[in-house]
Design a protein. Structure first.
Lengths: 99, 236
């Protein structure tokens, strides 16, 4: 079976997050003075083929630890993503119109 | 006659300073040996340089993909056997990702790419790169990076300092370490580190761009001299 997951990689709390700070510093200029703790991370989706969801999830955690995140500075959270959108509709894949 | 040390320089897809590193090694009368990332084994070399650049486009994180390159298995083995391994800029990032050096390098505090000459203060001579200089020496060397802010947990930083693993700090022309002369916001102004044994070294500044008086400062020359000496000692 195929299972799809989202891995969200974020900097550990307390570490400098220069990108988050840049966004936070920009917000007052756009009219928001009530926003704090802006943090920037990465959203990575992947499909894993495995016997069941539990073992697929365990593999994604392992991938997260070994490659997607650097455990020295980052944390990774894994969640399941519905896979329906990936499957071909009846009558074949959608043609993407070329402008 | 003693033979000239053979220094391997690894080229990853996206390496930029591999040719400069080879040129610097040859300029200083050692033998430069190109090494390809996809090779499973290292050629017969006495030291290895992981050069600067943007290996694998810096996708995911700087150095995150390069550490899994085929040649890195051989580089890690070479380091385990005491072989000198120097990571410059992107090479430093790769060594941190590979776990050969502690900590990590993130986006500069300013969010800007910095490219200019800076000064380094030597903090330890217990490494293959600093064996021939003195503590307190000030070296002028260029930097050019967007992700050179050294970070680590407080506990790990304490260990790094306690064990004397810091080799270089960014400093003012008179040697003072202050925020103004820290170009990227690195913790404790750390510009370069060694491992416990002193044979693996990583630094953000570029000693290979600082060996030829015709093109700029020469702060890199004594560092390469140290490297060559250690490389030959190990052979002899």
């Amino acid at each position: 079976m195929k299972y799809r997951f989202a891995a969200v990689v974020t900097l550990k709390r307390g570490l400098a997050d220069p990108q988050g700070k840049a966004i936070q510093d920009a917000l007052p200029h756009v009219g928001w003075n009530n926003v704090s703790d802006v943090s920037v991370g990465k959203h990575i989706e992947l499909t894993v083929e495995a016997a069941d969801e539990a073992s697929a999830r365990e593999e994604v955690h392992e991938i997260g630890r070994r490659l997607l995140a650097n455990p020295v500075i980052e944390e990774v959270q894994v969640s399941a993503v519905p896979i329906e959108w990936m499957q071909e509709p009846e009558g074949g894949a959608h043609e993407v119109p070329v402008p | 006659m003693t033979r000239r040390p053979r220094v391997g320089v690894v080229t990853f897809p996206g390496s930029l300073d591999d040719r400069d590193a080879l040129r610097a090694v040859r300029f200083l009368d050692a033998e430069g040996v190109p090494v390809w990332h996809a090779d499973a084994r290292l050629p017969d070399v006495d030291a290895v340089i992981l050069p600067g650049g943007f290996s694998y486009g810096d996708y995911l994180r700087t150095g995150a993909i390069a550490r899994f390159a085929r040649v890195m298995g051989a580089v890690c083995e070479f380091a385990e056997h005491g072989g000198p391994v120097i990571g410059i800029c992107n090479g430093f990032q790769i060594l941190c990702e590979a776990g050969l050096l502690p900590g990590a390098l993130i986006r500069n505090r300013s969010l800007k790419f910095v490219s200019r000459r800076i000064r380094l203060r030597v903090e330890s001579t217990a490494s293959v790169l600093t064996g021939g200089v003195e503590i307190g020496d000030i070296l002028e060397v260029p930097i050019k990076h967007g992700e050179g802010q050294f970070v680590s947990s407080d506990g790990e930083l304490g260990r790094i300092e306690h064990e004397g693993l810091v080799l270089f700090r960014y400093c003012a022309p008179d040697g003072a370490v202050d925020d103004e002369h820290n170009p990227n916001g690195s913790a404790r102004a750390i510009a370069g580190l060694r491992n416990e044994r002193g044979n693996v070294v990583g630094l953000m500044p570029h000693p290979e761009h600082a060996v030829d008086p015709d093109t700029g400062p020469t702060g890199g020359t004594p560092l390469f001299a140290s490297l060559f000496e250690h490389a030959l000692e190990r052979v002899g």
